[in-house]
Design a protein around this ligand. Structure first.
Ligand SMILES: [Zn+2]
Length: 130
């Protein structure tokens, strides 16, 4: 049986993949990495918040690489309801097709399989309606 693990610890995989974030219980600031204190209010209490799977592109960079992997597009996505995440835009490498504030949604894909057959799942974003 294949075991599936997320490539990053803030990605929840399964039938309903989504991102989770640490949230400062005092001021609501969101963090993906582990924090001992909030950078905004210095609070030390954190909860967990499920983030939206949909958002809009705030910034993007088309990264040119060797011909094998081809160019890919790195985007900064502002999620509905809060949270900003950097990821790859899936299936779009032509800058002419990327519009400011275009709507995107979370997609997951297999990032690799190790010798034990454990499958790593990564995430990216794809345009909604494309
Ligand atoms: Zn705070």
């Amino acid at each position: 049986m294949t075991q599936t693990i997320p490539a990053v610890d803030y990605l929840v995989v399964g039938d309903d993949p989504h991102l989770v974030s640490k949230e400062c219980t005092d001021c609501g600031a969101l963090y993906f990495d582990r924090r001992n204190a909030c950078a905004k209010c210095f609070g030390t209490n954190f909860g967990t918040r499920r983030l939206s799977n949909e958002g809009i592109v705030r910034a993007y960079t088309v990264v040119q690489r060797g011909s094998k992997s081809g160019p890919y597009t790195s985007v900064v996505v502002e999620l509905q309801g809060g949270g900003i995440v950097k990821a790859n835009l899936i299936g779009v490498t032509d800058p002419a097709r990327i519009e400011p504030e275009m709507k995107v949604r979370l997609v997951t894909f297999e990032a690799g399989v190790d010798d034990d057959g454990t499958q790593a799942v990564a995430f990216g974003y794809e345009p909604i309606g494309a």
